[in-house]
Design a protein around this ligand. Structure first.
Ligand code: FE2
Ligand code: FE2
Length: 350
């Protein structure tokens, strides 16, 4: 048995070794245990997320985009091009924002390393997603100046990014003090928005318009790229919601139900305006009403995950195929791309 109090033969200016980490003292935030010591785990589920994330490894170069080049230039209608380009323009700005939020605002506030390790992987994955969109943009030879500036020019795209910036900036403020109740509530609302809305709805449902093209045999390479991203995002928001629940429990704080409801309605209004912009008219098998209804259905699901009332009671699951996209396995790689079973773990649960 080691004597942890022993300070024999220490130089005069050395401080005694600290006591060993007691797992019960670890906390998601506001903890005081050693953040450089991984185990013992208080949150073994966070380590499992890290293990599972490493089973979904790919790079955009693995997927054959040759047919997409042909489709874009010869098969897409102008309405389909409008849809494709604007979805890409929204996604690429969003994923940079996601990377910065996790890496700069959220991760540094975690006081248990098993949480930070998964978030470090998440930061990498968000940058991989940004590379994926850039790979699509380059491969199709789209005008980068035009595509990357689109979110500034199109009000319906800009508004979604603006809402995200406003809600996420609160957590980036260096003066935020998580021991103060109001600051803590603001941080939780910010992380909740990020996990439940930004990743859990806007990303989760945001790929659907391109999946709708993919299901008609168009832009199948892009569709497959987005399936890999969707798998990552499904884990990101599921992890984020688990962290939010854990913080609420540990810090003994309850969410302001009115603030949560306002968050849902603000997000829905922005999503409906965006859907109408990208889909001014229905495209075979997909429409703005369809997109917005699926947003509401998914929002209800995310609300239940944090024990909050459904914001949109009665919303219908109009795209049941979306969940299947997130559970892509080898047999789902039915197109001409390289057949590799990247994901070897069990199905995701969220
Ligand atoms: Fe992402
Ligand atoms: Fe993400």
């Amino acid at each position: 048995m080691l004597d942890w109090e022993s300070t024999t033969q220490l130089p005069n200016n050395a401080t005694p070794a600290p006591k060993p980490v007691n797992v019960e003292d670890k906390r998601v935030i506001n903890g005081e245990t050693d953040v450089n010591q991984l185990a013992p785990f208080k949150y073994p589920w966070a380590w499992e997320y890290f293990m599972n994330a490493n089973k979904n490894h790919w790079t955009p170069l693995d997927i054959n985009m040759a047919q997409d080049v042909h489709d874009y230039h010869h098969r897409l209608s102008s309405a389909e091009k409008h849809l494709y380009e604007n979805v890409l323009a929204y996604l690429t700005t969003s994923d940079i924002l996601a990377m910065r939020n996790i890496g700069l605002a959220v991760m540094e506030k975690m006081t248990a390393p098993e949480l930070q390790i998964y978030q470090a992987r998440q930061v990498y994955e968000e940058s991989l997603h940004t590379w994926t969109y850039q790979h699509c943009i380059e491969t199709l030879n789209l005008d980068q100046q035009e595509i990357y500036n689109r979110y500034r020019i199109v009000p319906q795209i800009h508004h979604k990014i603006q809402i995200a910036n406003q809600r996420l900036n609160a957590a980036m403020s260096p003066s935020i003090n998580l021991k103060n109740h109001d600051d803590l509530h603001e941080f939780i609302m910010s992380y909740l928005f990020f996990a439940a809305v930004f990743e859990g709805c806007w990303f989760y449902n945001g790929f659907s318009p391109i999946f709708a093209l993919q299901r008609r045999g168009l832009m199948r390479g892009t569709g497959e790229q987005l399936q890999y991203i969707l798998r990552d995002e499904a884990m990101h928001f599921s992890f984020g919601l688990k962290v939010v629940n854990q913080i609420l429990d540990e810090e003994n704080i309850t969410l302001d139900p009115q603030a949560v409801m306002e968050m849902w309605h603000e997000s829905e209004a922005a999503e409906m305006a965006y859907a109408k912009y990208i889909l001014p008219q229905p495209i075979l098998g997909y429409s703005s009403d369809y997109h917005s209804e699926q947003f509401r259905f998914i929002a209800n699901r995310r609300a239940r995950a944090i024990n909050q009332p459904e914001p949109f009671p009665g919303a219908k699951n109009v795209s049941p195929w979306l969940d299947e996209q997130a559970n892509m396995r080898k047999e789902k790689n039915f197109f001409e791309s390289r057949v590799i079973e990247y994901q070897t773990g069990a199905s995701l649960e969220w």
